[in-house]
Each structure stands twice: as C-alpha cells, then as structure tokens.
Design a protein around this ligand. Structure first.
Ligand code: PGA
Length: 255
C-alpha cells in the first residue's frame, strides 16, 4: 500500500515570519489527519523557521531546489549537504525551474542522484506544455522525462522517491487536468515506464503525485484515482484552510 503524500510548494512566497504564522495555522489541523504524509516546501531562507515552528508535529519539510555539486564557487546555489538535517524532501526539476532557469533533464538526473546520496527524498517533476498535449506528444514527452530523470539509479533508490506529474498548462491556471487525463499519464505512461526500467515491484512502490491547480473542490476526484498517490500543491498550499482540507479529503478517499 502506497501512503499518499500531499506536498505544498510555496514557491517564492512567504517571509520567515509569515512562514511561522502559516505553519502555526496548519500544525494542529494537519496533526489530526492520519493516513496521509504531509509536507511543506517553503523558500530556502524560511526552512529554519519552518523547522522550528513544526517542532515535533508530523509534518515533513522540503526544499524547492538543490544544486548537484557538493560545495564551491557556485554563487547563489545550495549544496545537498546543507539541507541534511534540515529537510527530508527536495523538489527537483519543477517546470518553473526548467522554463525560467534553464534546467535540463541531465541536471535533473544529477540533482536526483545527489539528493538520494544525501538521504533526501526527491520529488521529481515532469509534465508537458499545452503545445505538446495539443500535438498528441504528451505520452512520449513525459515518458522520456521519466527515463532521463531516473537514468543510472538503482531500483532500491527509485522505490523511495516521488514523481510529480504536473502538466504545465494546469499549473497556476485554475484548470486542473481531468481525472481521466491525470490517470492516463500517471497510470498509463509514468508507472509503466518505471515497470519497463525497474520492474513491477519498484513501480508498485513508487509514489506518483498529480500537481496543477489542485484545490479542495477537485481533490477528491483526483486523489481517488488508483495510480495517484497524492498531490504537489502550489497556490492552495499558501492557505492553511485549503491545504488542510486537501489533506483531509485525501485521507477520506483513502480511508
Ligand atoms: P498550482 O501549482 O497548484 O498553483 O497550480 C502547482 C505546482 O506548481 O507545483
């Protein structure tokens, strides 16, 4: 049984003080919900504040990025070792990183490897643009992104990580993928690609999230899909009530 995981990607929002406020608003309601793993991913400069505000609550902490070198002259970057002991998860290859910061499949693969080497759980993002979807290239594109991201990993590593399927046209637009589209890509492309690379056992253990305009009004439909093991939530994760409600609805449809 795969335990669903709901992760909030705060993107470039919230100061350290605002982080404490938001974590305090989520802490008690999230603690009351069982059967779902809950994670928040605030900006780097807010991670310490978030860690302190989380305290001993069962809320995981994730970073939104990591660099693949261990240290050195890489101005502005954060090394994987710096995240050890601070976070348990790291988002890798979000479409905004790929689009605005030139991240490539090769870099995503390197980052995934170093994150794993440092004991961090990668949340590896894949997804197609609207143009690719309209030209019926979604399956091919997403399949290739998965192959590239997982290149050189062992099955033991792959079973521990998380893939987030985030169609780019659904991110921040308010228009989520239909349940049918999400299930088709996650259950019809991503999981079978992992079966082909690492076998049935690994693919059955690997958790695959859906991301893109997840909100309380569509959470039940998306989170009850057989191959969808949670969500990567952007906008709605900045609102304590909405985020907690998404977690609650996920627990309800799995319970
Ligand atoms: P959204 O973002 O929920 O605001 O669409 C999702 C994401 O980018 O991870």
């Amino acid at each position: 049984m795969r335990i669903p995981i709901i992760a909030g990607n705060w993107k470039m929002n919230k100061s350290p003080d605002e982080t404490i406020e938001l974590v305090e608003a989520m802490r008690a309601p999230l603690t009351d919900i069982v059967g779902v793993e809950k994670v928040i991913c605030p900006p780097f400069v807010c991670l310490s504040a978030a860690q302190e505000a989380i305290g001993d609550a069962e809320i995981g902490l994730g970073a939104q990025n990591v660099y693949f070198e261990e240290s050195g002259a890489y101005t502005g970057e954060i090394a994987p070792g710096m995240l050890e002991g601070l976070v348990q998860y790291v988002i890798i290859g979000h479409s905004e990183r790929r689009e605005y910061f030139g991240e490539t499949d090769e870099g995503v693969n390197k980052k995934t490897k170093v994150a794993l080497a440092h004991g961090l759980t990668p949340i590896v993002c894949v997804g197609e643009t609207l143009a690719l979807r309209q030209s019926a290239k979604t399956d091919d594109w997403v399949g290739r992104q998965v192959v590239a991201a997982l290149e050189g990993l062992t099955g033991e590593q792959v079973r521990t990580l998380i893939i987030a399927y985030e169609p780019i046209w659904a991110i921040g637009t308010g228009v989520a993928a239909t349940a049918e589209d999400a299930q088709q890509v996650i259950g019809g492309v991503i999981r079978p690609t992992v079966v082909g690379l690492f076998g049935d056992d690994v693919a059955a253990a690997l958790r695959i999230q859906y991301g893109g305009s997840v909100k309380p009004s569509n959470a039940t439909e998306l989170m009850s899909l057989p191959d969808v093991d949670g969500a990567l939530v952007g906008g709605a994760s900045l609102n304590a009530a909405d985020f907690c409600e998404i977690v609650r609805l996920t627990a309800a449809c799995r319970g």
